[in-house]
Design a binder for this molecule. Structure first.
Ligand SMILES: [Zn+2]
Length: 212
């Protein structure tokens, strides 16, 4: 089984938080944090654990630490662990943003109000759907992202077709211009030939006249 790097990161973070909580308990001689089969202080979460179990033990540990935050910092070992944990947490948050910002859906119009006001809204809670919402206050319609992707695909196809059509038109114009240029060049040649013939004719008439 290939373990996603985000899982390994979560394991490391949980272990760091556990170390902080446990060292605090030892340093202050208070009751140690509660444990559960879902996570071990050495390897982090049990790979078989589902998201609800992971959520439960994490919340339990976070509550334990939150309840004693001033004390955790006020002794050396706890302070060292806290700095390590916060630094690891900041790295993880930068690497795995936990909530996406809503993003404007570019190029597509709302099917209801025909405005370019669509925005992709990320899930607000676990297992929430991703929806596309219209930010036009008078509309506010919600759309299935697949519908918006479908509209985008149609738009993309029409753009590609229009580009191909334009390329065809340009090619046709170039061909017509080149035909016109050849025609004009031929006309010039014909006119020059005619002039040459006329001159030759005149010359021979003059010659005949002189001989007569
Ligand atoms: Zn709308």
């Amino acid at each position: 089984m290939i373990v996603p790097s985000s899982w390994l990161e979560a394991d490391a973070l949980w272990c760091a938080l556990w170390a902080l909580a446990d060292d605090y308990a030892v340093e202050w001689g208070v009751e140690r944090p509660e444990r559960d089969v879902t996570a071990s202080p050495l390897d982090g979460f049990n790979p078989e654990a589902n998201i609800e179990a992971v959520w439960f033990v994490t919340e339990m540990l976070v509550k334990y630490v939150q309840a004693s935050v001033p004390d955790v910092f006020s002794r050396v070992q706890g302070a060292i662990r806290a700095v390590q944990y916060v630094s690891a947490m900041q790295t993880a948050l930068a690497r795995y943003p936990s909530d996406d910002a809503p993003q404007k859906a570019h190029f597509v119009r709302c099917r209801a109000c025909k405005q370019m006001t669509l925005r992709r809204r990320p899930p607000l809670e676990y297992q929430d759907p991703i929806v596309v919402e219209c930010t036009n206050e008078e509309c506010g319609e919600l759309w299935d992202p697949r519908l918006v992707d479908f509209d985008l695909k149609i738009l993309r196809t029409s753009i590609v077709e229009a580009a191909a059509e334009r390329a065809r038109a340009v090619k046709e114009r170039v061909r017509a211009e080149s035909r016109a240029r050849i025609k004009a060049a031929k006309a010039v040649v014909r006119a020059a030939e005619k002039a040459a013939d006329a001159l030759a004719e005149e010359a021979s008439t003059n010659e005949e006249r002189r001989n007569a």
